[in-house]
Design a protein around this ligand. Structure first.
Ligand SMILES: O=C(O)CCC(=O)C(=O)O
Length: 298
């Protein structure tokens, strides 16, 4: 897959002021990704404040961090990775502990009416929230790359899988870590991932950055992607942090069949996976309802 992408950003983008919901859903279905300019603009100031508060809190807790398989975790739940050489600390934030339980602005963004209309057009009438919201925070001066990957390497689903919406909190470009997507890659099925610095990723010789389309944008721009769409982002080479936040949604009957963060723990999960016909969605795996109704399933 090492040819230049033929699809351009213009083919996959729309502005929230001129939104055509059905056309947006068609773009998502065809390309596995969609950019909606300005969708999250009303929430950015409040979320940005909460993100910076969570970042300062996490850094103040670093001396209490415990080592885990993915890096180091502070008591509030933030994941740190080794910092690039020459940085003022030896660890940098990767996944910041902020979500629907910690930030009202974050939770309100997940319920945004226009967003929910788009998600319903993509997933159908019965939709639940998947997860608690996620924030990836690239620190400045070399902040970690996230190698190209499919989110389904981490949480493969029985049906269509979650729609992820990644939102820029600051203006984001090729210098501070724009998201790269590979339009159409959602049709390739589950790809084999390897262990990388940023956890499960695709082999760089098969999936070089040139195979992906960079999406620069303003604070408040949103990028929708299918759970199998290949995506990632390079280092933050600016002098300021580059946070993003992600809201995820899935059909109410959908559920994880295989999860993992390393090739070893994913291989274990693959061994435990129940045959698809026998697997069932468990009650504890039910997200809050976003649209529609969940009928009782015996
Ligand atoms: O922080 C980023 O830009 C990448 C996020 C991402 O790829 C992911 O969370 O799956």
């Amino acid at each position: 897959m090492n040819q230049e992408p033929k699809v351009t950003v213009e083919d996959i983008e729309m502005s929230v002021e001129a939104l055509d919901v059905q056309k947006a859903a068609d773009i998502f279905e065809e390309h596995g990704c969609l950019v909606v300019r300005g969708l999250m603009a009303p929430y950015i100031e409040a979320i940005h404040q909460d993100i910076e508060a969570a970042a300062a809190e996490s850094i103040s807790l670093l001396d209490k961090a415990e080592q885990i398989v993915e890096g180091w975790r502070t008591p509030n739940g933030t994941l740190f990775l080794p910092a690039p050489e020459g940085y003022e600390r030896d660890k940098q934030i990767m996944v910041l502990a902020i979500g629907y339980q910690t930030s009202a602005a974050f939770f309100q963004s997940a319920l945004d009416e226009t967003t929910v209309n788009l998600v319903e057009a993509i997933l159908g009438p019965n939709v639940e929230i998947f997860g608690n919201g996620q924030c990836l925070y690239k620190e400045p001066v070399g902040g970690h790359p996230k190698h190209l990957h499919q989110d389904s390497a981490y949480f493969e689903h029985r049906y269509q899988g979650p729609v992820g919406i990644l939102n820029y909190v600051v203006d984001t470009d090729l210098v501070n870590g724009a998201l790269h997507v590979v339009p159409g890659s959602h049709k390739l099925g589950q790809l084999k991932h390897i262990d990388t610095f940023s956890h499960l990723g695709l082999a760089a010789d098969e999936w070089p950055w040139e195979s992906a389309l960079p999406v620069s944008g303003k604070a408040g721009d949103s990028i929708f992607f299918n759970v199998k769409t290949v995506h990632g982002s390079k280092q933050n080479m600016s002098d300021k942090p580059r946070p993003i936040f992600i809201n995820r949604y899935r059909r109410t009957d959908d559920y994880v069949i295989i999860g993992g963060t390393t090739t070893a723990n994913r291989a274990e999960a693959e061994k435990r996976a129940v045959a698809a016909e026998e697997a069932k969605k468990s009650n504890s795996d039910r997200g809050l309802m976003l649209r529609g109704f969940r009928p009782f399933d015996s």
